[in-house]
Structures are given as structure tokens and as C-alpha cells.
Design a protein around this ligand. Structure first.
Ligand SMILES: NC(=O)c1ccc[n+]([C@@H]2O[C@H](COP(=O)([O-])OP(=O)(O)OC[C@H]3O[C@@H](n4cnc5c(N)ncnc54)[C@H](OP(=O)(O)O)[C@@H]3O)[C@@H](O)[C@H]2O)c1
Length: 335
């Protein structure tokens, strides 16, 4: 099969290699998926760069997310799954065989039915973006009235792959209002199209004032945060008592100073999210809700661009450019 891989970490155009290798066979509990679309996310790019630590395997086929059709199943997996359209996640997390290949073998529990309503490209944007967004929104379920129904939700980076998913899932879950922050008119359009009621350009507006205006000075109940450290001063001002601050990134300010008492006096709940290490229950809940939202016509992942497998280095460059709006996809089967 054709695949892209790397054997050392570094810049994409120096380390990514396109070549042929024997197609892998599914072992017990595994499925072999013919990959039609492979999602390229910041995590894949950071791992290839070495930002997540040195390689632990001699050769890595990158990309954890993807979508395609099950071609073969291993022992213990229902044979009726052969021919099933699926979306997959976690293929390259602590595993050598990611989705930047014609065939990807992974545990059957990481391959989920892809509703007919959405394309393979959209399926390749469900794993990391949608499951992270889901966890950020539903992390307090089971704790008091923990969902986001009737809540006011702030989604920072609302045109990002995760943020755009979070806006749609918050809407689907019955949020009273969704406020999103963005950095340009184009990104504002994407956030509005996802269902945001209020969009704030954080490069041009006073975010605290704008949120106060949008909420009649009440503030927000729940924050889905892309930049924990950088936006903490805003979160401290706008989060209501008993509010939830669910963060999945803090790239610009990874070691922020935390002003404890303003959070404590308001019983704020801080939740970090690392999608790859969700529990099996959390994953199952996310998959079920995302599937319902897709089938209800309430969830459509945002796709930025599509590249041939031969152009995987250009796809990585697009992710690294910071200019994308949505998920970048590579198409191993040429579709
Ligand atoms: N913990 C996890 O499990 C997990 C899962 C998924 C992603 N992540 C991480 O989360 C980050 C975003 O991922 P993504 O795939 O959504 O990337 P993305 O599609 O590039 O989106 C990030 C968005 O955040 C915006 N942004 C950046 N800084 C911001 C700030 N201070 N305030 C408001 N918006 C801001 C960006 O827009 P501007 O740059 O134009 O502002 C962009 O629209 C990456 O660092 C990724 O590695 C973590």
C-alpha cells in the first residue's frame, strides 16, 4: 500500500516520506480500514516536529483521525462490519500506523459508524475536533445540573476546528446562547454559520465589555477555552458563580499565574481536557452525541482544504501556517 511516514522528527518537507509498504492485517479485536480521508490536526504536526517528546517507535505513519470503509476484521470483531463506512480516531496515538496510508489497522472500538449524511472528509474531522469539543461541553454532566442546556456558553476561537464543533454541539444541546471570540471578519462568518448568537473580534473589541453587553451583565455559565493562560483574565471577569472553565489548550501562555481566590469565592470548576486519554465511557458518550447531532442535521464539521497523499507535507504546512479555518484533509485513496 501507499503510505506517508517519518523515521526522524523535523520539518515536514524534510522528514515525511511517501512510499510503498506491505498492507497491515488486523489482529484480534482490530479492523482494517481503507482510508478515504485522513485528518491533519495540530497534534499530528506537533508530534512530527518533536514538540510532544522524542519518537518512541522507529517509523511513524502520522495522523490519528480519518474516515473510510472497513475492508477486513480480526478475530472477535463482527464480520458484518466489513463494508461499513466509519470514522476513526487515535490511530497514531502511541501506535505506529496512522491514517496517512491507504490502509489503517486499529482497534475496532476506535472505528465508528459514519452516518450517510456526511462525507469521508467530514468524518476525518470528528475524532480530535468534535470529541474534544464534546468533552469540553459535557465535562460537568452528572455533577449537579451539569449539561449546557439553557446555559450561556462562551467558545473562544470559534472558527477553530474544535471551537466550530463546540458552537454546533452547544446549540444541539440546547444552550440558551453561544458567544464566540474570533480574530477576523472571515472567522466571524464561520462562527455565525456554526450557530453563534454573538461574535466578538478579540483583536478589535474589549472582550469583557462585549460579553457584559451580550449577557446584560450576567456573564457566562460555561467556557470552552482554547487558550487557558492567555484568556484567564477574561475568564475571571466573565464566568458566573458555579461556572465551568473547560480548557483544551494554553499554547501562548502555558504557565499562567493563577489568581486562586476569585475562582474559589465563585465555586468555579476548572477542567482540563486531553482527548486521547478520555475514558471509554466518555468516548462512548461523545460518539453517541456526535452521531445524534449529525443525524439531526445539527452538526457539520468545517473543512479547510484537501490534499493528495503525495502532498502531505503541504497539508502539514497549511496546518502550521495558522491560516486555516477548519480541518485539513489528506486523501490516500485519491478522492
Ligand atoms: N487537549 C486536547 O485534547 C486538544 C484537542 C484538540 C486541539 N488541541 C489544541 O488546541 C489548539 C487548537 O486546536 P484546533 O484544531 O481547534 O486549532 P485551529 O483550528 O487552528 O483553531 C484554533 C483557533 O483558536 C483561535 N485562537 C488562538 N488564540 C486565541 C485566543 N487567545 N483567543 C481566542 N481565540 C484564539 C485561532 O484563531 P486566531 O489565531 O486567528 O486567533 C483559531 O481560530 C491546538 O493547540 C491544539 O493542539 C488540544
Amino acid at each position: 500500500m501507499k503510505a506517508v511516514w517519518y523515521e526522524s522528527q523535523g520539518p515536514a518537507d524534510e522528514v515525511l516520506v511517501l512510499g510503498d509498504m506491505p498492507a497491515p492485517e488486523p489482529g484480534p479485536g482490530e479492523v482494517a480500514v481503507a482510508i478515504h480521508a485522513s485528518g491533519v490536526h495540530p497534534s499530528d504536526v506537533k508530534t512530527r516536529r518533536g514538540y510532544r517528546g522524542p519518537m518512541t517507535l522507529p517509523r511513524q505513519i502520522p495522523h490519528s483521525d480519518g474516515a473510510g470503509v472497513i475492508k477486513a476484521v480480526g478475530e472477535g470483531v463482527d464480520k458484518a462490519r466489513v463494508g461499513e463506512r466509519v470514522w476513526v480516531h487515535s490511530a497514531a496515538y502511541k501506535r505506529a500506523g496512522g491514517t496517512a496510508a491507504e490502509i489503517c489497522v486499529l482497534p475496532g472500538e476506535f472505528a465508528h459508524h459514519l452516518p450517510d449524511a456526511i462525507s469521508f472528509a467530514a468524518g476525518a474531522a470528528l475524532g480530535i475536533p468534535a470529541m474534544t469539543a464534546h468533552r469540553a461541553l459535557f465535562c460537568a454532566v452528572g455533577i449537579g445540573n451539569g449539561g449546557v442546556a439553557d446555559k450561556t456558553v462562551l467558545v473562544t476561537g470559534g472558527a477553530g476546528a474544535v471551537g466550530h464543533s463546540a458552537i454546533q454541539l452547544a446549540r444541539w444541546a440546547g444552550a440558551r446562547a453561544v458567544i464566540a471570540t474570533v480574530s477576523s471578519p472571515e472567522k466571524a462568518e464561520a462562527a455565525i454559520e456554526a450557530g453563534a448568537d454573538h461574535v466578538i473580534d478579540y483583536t478589535r473589541q474589549d472582550v469583557i465589555e462585549a460579553i457584559r453587553g451580550a449577557t446584560k451583565n450576567k456573564g457566562v455559565d460555561h467556557i470552552v477555552e482554547v487558550e487557558f493562560g492567555g484568556n484567564l483574565p477574561v475568564s475571571l471577569e466573565v464566568l458566573k458563580p458555579h461556572g465551568v472553565l473547560a480548557s483544551y489548550g494554553s499554547e501562548k501562555k502555558p504557565r499562567p499565574a493563577l489568581d486562586f481566590y476569585p475562582l474559589m469565592f465563585r465555586n468555579v470548576r476548572l477542567q482540563t481536557i486531553f482527548m486521547y486519554e478520555l475514558t471509554a465511557d466518555q468516548r462512548r458518550n461523545a460518539v453517541a452525541d456526535i452521531t445524534h447531532a449529525i443525524e439531526a442535521g445539527s452538526f457539520t464539521p468545517l473543512i479547510d482544504s484537501s490534499f493528495a497523499l503525495e502532498d502531505t507535507a503541504a497539508a502539514h504546512a497549511r496546518v502550521e501556517s495558522g491560516r486555516r479555518t477548519g480541518t485539513v484533509v489528506v486523501t490516500p485513496s485519491g478522492q
